[in-house]
Design a protein around this ligand. Structure first.
Ligand SMILES: Cc1cc2nc3c(=O)[nH]c(=O)nc-3n(C[C@H](O)[C@H](O)[C@H](O)COP(=O)(O)OP(=O)(O)OC[C@H]3O[C@@H](n4cnc5c(N)ncnc54)[C@H](O)[C@@H]3O)c2cc1C
Length: 448
């Protein structure tokens, strides 16, 4: 039987008042904040950790999946392109050269598979840059601060502040105690829908596996990859790893021999992905993921050191600061987009994002997937937009739309809408869609 205690009512100091409050500083939140600020709104960006980037930086995800149309032409632009340009200046990005993008040459495919830029199913190299997580944190700070965003770091959102069906800001906890930020528009970019959940919006759940990426150095990579590519060695390693309950990876690249790890932005340092079943909004599952994956990591490394030539002196240099969370709560908003519609290339009058699916779901007949504005709007609440991987969709749709470049475009669109709502003195549900689409296109975003 559950036991409860009652919390005393509390007077909560208002820390800031702004036009727009963005909760969650991941790729979606960063772009929402920058876009709203550039649109003329005063913006507070609330983030529980001390840095921006969410899974892209703190989860060591690193791969900006599929920015081209499958034939080498870059179609994902806007703030994604700007982030890439900034990372180039920081020397913090690995990119497939132009002449390789869309290439079906075997040598190109074999090379770029190592950076995850193509999969076993794809017969071509995709333009999928790999970022340096530390430099992306710096570039994200630059983008936010130059746009005039008020960065509220180390602030853990705890509750939406709702009056008469309108979200009017949020309460957060921090080392300075419990405080509030009031705003005309709030954008939920927490990935897990913490804002809409506490505001009482309708939602569903869908759990893709949790994970904890770890990085390994001190390897003779040529030797290791040569060994794994020869004969049945990779298959034997895969069998053995399964038997010792090692890291299951998540890289089943068909015939790819080196599907156990991926190259990152530093030579001779590779990263291992991991998967474990569990919910990203269940504290017991999160703790279990941290503990069990570390155990599996040690077993895997012991095995690799003893059995895979080139790994004899391998060292685990770090695990990602954040457990990787792929999906959890999904808004049931004004429109629930489905995987079926995305696969069929459905069109919408209020489309505000044209996304590229991850490489596995690439369909040359419908390369771009459109997302209508209604997917960011809760059914019965005003003053709130929901952006990033917790938008309104079915589980299959979220799986396709959750990649970093797509959520960055979602953030950019929602930020623009929030600024327009503030300027027009209307609710975010009532912005003029045609004007919003023109606004987004004017920001160097492709929207058919
Ligand atoms: C292991 C793994 C591998 C992946 N591989 C790829 C890949 O190869 N390519 C690709 O493009 N995508 C990949 N993804 C998916 C991608 O990383 C995420 O879907 C994407 O980062 C989602 O962005 P977001 O901004 O919606 O959410 P997140 O990146 O999760 O950001 C949410 C932000 O909100 C903050 N936050 C959450 N709750 C609170 C709170 N209560 N208070 C304050 N702040 C809060 C978080 O700290 C975080 O900064 C992968 C994901 C994982 C986990």
């Amino acid at each position: 039987m559950s036991k409860f205690i009652m919390e005393e009512a509390q007077r909560i100091p208002v820390y800031r008042q702004a036009d727009v409050l963005v909760v969650g500083g991941g790729p979606a939140g960063l772009c929402a904040a920058v876009s709203a600020a550039r649109g003329g709104a005063s913006v507070v960006l609330m983030e529980r950790y001390g840095y921006l980037g969410g899974m892209a930086t703190g989860g060591y995800v690193l791969l900006l999946d599929c920015l081209d149309d499958g034939r080498g032409k870059v179609v994902i632009k806007g703030l994604v392109e700007e982030m890439i340009e900034r990372l180039r200046k920081y020397d913090g990005i690995i990119e497939q050269p132009e002449e390789c993008r869309g290439s079906s040459k075997q040598e190109d495919i074999l090379k770029w598979r190592r950076w995850g830029a193509t999969g076993g199913e794809d017969k071509i190299v995709r333009y999928s840059p790999v970022v340096d997580p530390e430099m992306m944190k710096c570039a994200a700070n630059d983008m936010a601060l130059e746009a005039g965003v008020d960065l509220l770091l180390h602030a853990w959102f705890s509750k939406a502040y709702v009056e008469d069906g309108t979200v009017k800001g949020a309460i957060f906890d921090s080392k300075s105690g419990r405080q509030a930020v009031l705003a005309k528009v709030t954008i939920d970019c927490t990935g897990d829908g913490d804002v809409f959940y506490t505001a009482g919006a309708e939602y569903s759940t869908g759990n893709l596996p949790l994970g904890l990426v770890f990085r390994v150095a001190n390897i003779d990579l040529d030797k290791a990859e040569g060994y794994l590519a020869a004969g049945d060695n990779a298959k034997k390693v895969e069998r053995d790893i399964k038997e010792i309950r090692g890291v299951s990876g998540g890289y089943s690249f068909g015939e790819l021999p080196m599907g156990f790890f991926m190259h990152g932005n530093v030579s001779n340092i590779v990263w291992f992905n991991t998967t474990i079943q569990g919910s990203a909004v269940d504290i017991a599952d999160l703790a279990r993921a941290e503990i069990e994956i570390r155990g599996a990591m040690v077993r895997t490394m012991d095995y690799f050191k003893a059995n895979v030539p080139g790994f004899e002196k391998a060292v685990v240099i770090d695990t990602a600061p954040q457990v990787g969370t792929r999906s959890s709560r999904m808004l049931t908003g004004k429109y629930v987009i489905t995987r079926k519609e995305l696969m069929e290339g459905a069109a919408y009058e209020d489309a505000v994002v044209a996304a590229q699916p991850p490489y596995r779901q690439f369909d040359p007949d419908h390369p771009l997937k459109l997302i209508p504005y209604r997917c960011f709007l809760p059914k019965d609440l005003k003053g709130l937009l929901v952006s990033g991987r917790c938008l309104s969709g079915d589980f299959g749709a979220i799986e396709m739309l959750r990649v970093i470049p797509t959520v960055m475009l979602m953030g950019q669109a929602c930020g623009a809408a929030a600024a327009m709502a503030v300027q027009g003195g209307v609710d975010v549900g009532d912005v003029d869609i045609g004007e919003l689409q023109d606004n987004i296109r004017a920001q160097n975003v492709y929207l058919p």
